[in-house]
Write a protein that binds this ligand. Sequence first.
Ligand SMILES: Cc1cc2nc3c(=O)[nH]c(=O)nc-3n(C[C@H](O)[C@H](O)[C@H](O)COP(=O)(O)O)c2cc1C
Length: 421
Amino acid sequence: MQVLTNKRVLLGVTGSIAAYKAADLVRRLREAGAEVRVVMTRGATEFVTPMTFQALSGKPVHLHLLDTEAEAGMGHIELARWADVILVAPASADFLARLTQGRADDLLAAVCLAGGRTPLAVAPAMNAQMWASAATQENVRLLGQRGVLRLGPDEGEQACGEVGAGRLLSAEAMILQLAQLFAPGSLSGRTVLVSAGPTREAIDPVRYLSNHSSGKMGFSIAAAAVEAGARVVLVAGPVVLPTPDRVERTDVISAMEMHDVILNQAKEADIFISTAAVADYRPALALDEKLKKDDSRLKLDLLPNPDILAAVKQQFPRLFCVGFAAETQHLADYAQQKLHKKGIDMVAANWVGPAAKATGGAFGSDENALHLFWCGGELELEQASKDKLARQLVSVIAQRYVLHERPDSDSEGNKVINIKR
Ligand SMILES: Cc1cc2nc3c(=O)[nH]c(=O)nc-3n(C[C@H](O)[C@H](O)[C@H](O)COP(=O)(O)O)c2cc1C
């Protein structure tokens, strides 16, 4: 199946004994529809000749960084810009160490560093002891935290005669995982429940307590989840926004109403994305008649509202739950606390109030920036339109959801994808 049609894969080959398998990988990538360019480290050329990769990719092989002719042609920055994904397969222990350190002393390392937001995937291949070493494990843990996708390694008999983890993952498994990065239907067949907007807590028939949430982020996320192939149920507080195409919307007013509707809808959901700014308190008594003004001091007796996100996670522990943390200070600390206290799967944190002014503000603004946290990892999504940010967020949620569903995912929460065939 041509799962990588029109995708540009920059394949980095390093000095592992598995380098010969990369030749077959090039062929398979092209069969899957991808355009492939190969960068080889000097170490890799000791194992396989550039000629092999040139013949299989149909393109010149890139070897040197400090070479005037090479730089004048397709230099390291251009190579990084060209790629839709950079895949280093096999990735040697040494290369993983250099990648972790942010070195740029050869062409492949420089391209990876210059890749910016281009997805970077590494497929480690090495002796089982090298793989198990504390240094390599620490390196891959750090790379995972930085959002580097790790493919494998597989377990089994090794070239050196040992048996254990360190074999290069199969080409088919790598291609399937790369395809998932681009899959437009990455949430197809899933039901995503989204809450959005503020809630209003009635004081009397004409007055209420509320907040400045516009609901835009939640509505953009609902639209992005539809784009990603999901059935989307949106539970919205009082907002003035049109319903995104193909989204099933239920409107609510108060936190208690939102609580009941969401707990009911959660039964059918696979993923819950809680963007609503639910009021923490409600008046203990909502008056039936309008409160008359007089000159005396007025005290409002407030009751805490239920924590909807925590209640959902408690009742439906298998549901993948994403919370939002809007903070005016200590963003990372508060987000991490929320993650652990509520036992949820991901927190998307953003600044609000005066702190948000510098970045364009969250409430009501069309732009935002998000800092995502999950157990053992984090990712910053730069300032962008809420629509663009929503697509990026949904894509990260889809990737993390796959790991959540698959029991053999890494306990560190790294993006480890191990398909055994
Ligand atoms: C015969 C031989 C096989 C090797 N196989 C591997 C391997 O499978 N994985 C690995 O990480 N290093 C392996 N090495 C060590 C790397 O080639 C070495 O660390 C080299 O510096 C890697 O450079 P590069 O990552 O820039 O290509 C091997 C070395 C030799 C001599």
